[in-house]
Design a protein around this ligand. Structure first.
Ligand SMILES: [Zn+2]
Length: 170
């Protein structure tokens, strides 16, 4: 076990040698996930097991644990999402090789080595995000919606109200 996560790693060669790596990655480094997040603070614990299966296929299995903060699309407030993701990727160097992988692997086509660990982790986290983040009926979320009164300016600018006015004038 190597208690360090490099920024970049030659995944295919490391799988050939066989290595287990563990470390923390800052949420702020997950560039592909950041647009989905309300906050970029915190860290995720990442464990990567790279090796070669008896059939010769190289794999990257791993686990990602931690917490991220999304924006609830009902009340627009922060919503913590605990993560505990396990994944198993088959490392291939072409799309044709991906088709030959055993079904237990999701293919990861290596287009450039060394690969960015943050990008690999980002892609797994993106797969785990809800399509529409919503508090799961939490009291906090409902209360916010029930108490919500749009400001006067917003009421005036309601496009449907403007449309209704226009129709009346015609
Ligand atoms: Zn909410």
């Amino acid at each position: 076990m190597i208690e360090h996560l490099p920024d970049r790693l030659d995944l295919f060669a490391t799988a050939e040698a066989g290595r287990i790596l563990r470390g923390r990655i800052a949420v702020a480094d997950l560039q592909r996930v950041l647009p989905e997040l309300l906050s970029d603070t915190g860290e995720l614990l990442v464990e990567l097991d790279l090796g070669k299966a008896p059939d010769g296929s190289r794999f990257l299995s791993g686990r990602i644990q931690g917490e991220i903060e999304l924006k609830c699309q009902r009340c627009m407030e922060g919503m913590k999402l605990p993560l505990d993701l396990a994944f198993c990727l088959g490392l291939v160097q072409s799309q044709e090789a991906a088709n030959d992988l055993p079904d237990c692997y999701e293919p990861l086509v290596l287009t450039a080595e060394p690969a960015s660990i943050a990008d690999v982790v980002s892609d797994e986290v993106l797969l785990a995000l809800p399509i529409v983040p919503l508090h799961s009926g939490s009291i906090e979320c409902q209360k916010f919606v029930n108490d919500y009164n749009p400001p006067i300016s917003e009421q005036r600018e309601n496009p449907f109200a403007v449309l209704a006015e226009l129709k009346q004038k015609q």
